[in-house]
Design a protein around this ligand. Structure first.
Ligand code: FAD
Length: 465
């Protein structure tokens, strides 16, 4: 038996760390072993797939960005290459003042890159369009270490474009308040584009994918797995060595010792570890390391609560359908839902023939009380909103309500600098302890996988020294 690496938290970050560590230990016959400790009774964390009556329903994430390659690489690693599916592309909308507007073509994350679709869009007033044009003449922002996404875009494109398009799209990804969210920790590329080109519109235009004439329908930019993202978790779990996963056990405290670390578990047992990978949400850290005030700032990093309701219908229940894959809702609409995906259109493989699957989100920063309301309330609220945009004249065949309380960590302004300081402290005072996961350096599934892979590399480098 060799040195023990304990991984705390069995979400995608912890699972990835365990999987790749075991792979290297096996292949290089390293004198190491791993133990993955998960508080709940199942692995996967926020990844959770429900399979019911031929539907594939995601409670948490439904896909990942294809261009961030670590997730598809991992899927291939565990034998799921043939199960990878791209989303079907189609029109998407934003609901402004209770009316659906097509997102102008050529927009990248809400930033216009083509003039005609933007100028002819009913999404903005003539004054709002004129204000956005200032982007072509405004100087670059002064070099600063960070600023909020809101501040950055309001300055370049004006409030109207931000509120009617950019805010609903970006805050949908992080369930965050763009006036609090860090530009550098979420979309540093926008700052870099501005620094390089001055105008963000001109800069994004150079990055826009060029579709040659006659190229046919564009491939979607997201990937998922045919049997749901839960199948990635299942495949990884099946490949972990027997006896290396401990579920329904919480790590409660970590103390530094002469040889490494001493972990106290919720089942009353103790474990010694040479290295520890912490892949839990950040809120756990102040308690795990209660002796160190350096972790206390995590208490102040907010996490937003959201819920989603998946509704399965028969096709005939929807009288007035819309050509597209979904919509996001701007704050100036009188709607409670924040987004709706027409899942049967975006991901046709998830829905049996003759059926419709809609998935709606509720909850945004500062307006999260809805998340804890009873299922019946949530379903009614969502249906009332949906009926304002679609003609639905029957009850859903079934619904799946998923609540995610304090689940979306918020990278507020200064996040990267705070983390850099903490990493420096950990390297000095807690060598062999590493962080990976959505609270730290990117919340998308591929970001969590990247972080775990980087930690594995550090642990292996440490051993081979
Ligand atoms: P988690 O999945 O939170 O796992 C952490 C694990 O640690 C949990 O299993 C928890 O039980 C365990 N744990 C906590 N404390 C302890 C302890 N003391 N001891 C032991 N175990 C402990 N990303 C995308 O890329 N695409 C999407 O479409 C997308 N949609 C999303 C939709 C929703 C509703 C949510 C909530 C997130 C979404 N995300 C999406 C983000 C992404 O799903 C998450 O960031 C990612 O899955 C987080 O993985 P993780 O391993 O960091 O943490």
């Amino acid at each position: 038996m060799g040195q023990k690496v304990v991984i705390i938290g069995g979400g995608i970050a912890g699972l990835t760390a365990a999987y790749y560590l075991q792979k290297h230990i096996r292949e290089q016959q390293l004198p190491m072993e791993t133990l993955l400790i998960e508080a709940s009774g199942r692995l996967g964390g926020k990844i959770q797939t429900v399979r019911r009556d031929g539907f594939v329903i995601e409670r948490g994430p439904d896909s990942f960005l294809e261009r961030k390659t670590s997730a598809s690489r991992l899927a291939k690693e565990v034998g799921l290459e043939d199960a990878l599916v791209n989303n079907a592309t189609g029109k998407s909308y934003v609901l402004v003042n209770d009316k659906l507007h097509g997102i102008p073509s050529g927009s990248m994350m809400g930033i216009p890159t083509q003039v005609t679709p933007f100028v002819t869009s009913g999404l903005f007033s003539p004054l709002g369009k004129l204000r956005a044009g200032f982007d072509f003449i405004l100087p670059r922002s002064k070099e600063v270490s960070d600023q909020s996404l809101g501040q950055f875009f309001r300055r370049r494109l004006g409030n109207e474009v931000v509120e009617n398009l950019i805010e609903p799209l970006l805050s949908g990804i992080y369930a965050g308040d763009i006036d609090q969210m860090s530009l550098m920790a979420t979309f540093p590329q926008f700052y870099q584009v501005e620094q390089k080109h001055g105008s963000i519109v001109r800069g994004m235009r150079t990055l826009a994918p060029k579709t040659p004439p006659g190229a046919g329908k564009k491939k979607g930019i997201f990937l998922t797995l045919e049997a749901g993202l839960g199948s990635l978790v299942e495949a990884m779990e099946n490949r972990l060595e027997a006896g290396t996963v401990m579920k329904s056990t919480r790590v409660e405290k970590i103390n530094k010792t002469e040889q490494g670390y001493h972990l106290m578990l919720s089942n009353g047992k103790d474990i010694e570890a040479a290295a520890v990978v912490i892949a839990t949400p950040h809120k756990m850290l102040p308690a795990l390391f209660s002796k160190y005030r350096e972790f206390q700032f995590f208490r102040n990093i907010p996490s937003t609560s959201v819920a989603n309701v998946a509704l399965a219908f028969s096709e005939d229940a929807i009288q007035k359908d819309i050509d597209g894959t979904g919509f996001v809702v701007s704050r100036n609409s009188n709607f409670t839902i924040t987004a709706c995906t027409w899942t049967h259109k975006k991901w046709p493989h998830t829905t049996p023939k003759g059926k419709v699957l809609l998935r709606c989100y509720v909850g945004r920063p500062g307006d999260e009380e809805i998340v804890v309301r009873p299922d019946e309330d949530l379903i009614r609220t969502v249906l009332t909103d949906l009926k304002k945009t679609m003609d639905i004249d029957a009850e859903p065949e079934f619904t799946v309500v998923s609540r995610w309380q304090e689940a979306m960590p918020q990278y507020t302004v200064g996040h990267k600098e705070r983390m850099a300081k903490l990493y420096e402290f950990m390297e000095r005072e807690l060598p062999g302890v590493y962080l990976a996961g959505s609270s730290y350096a990117g919340a998308g599934i591929p970001d969590c996988i990247d972080q775990a892979e980087a930690v594995v590399e550090k642990i292996l480098n440490g051993i081979q020294k």
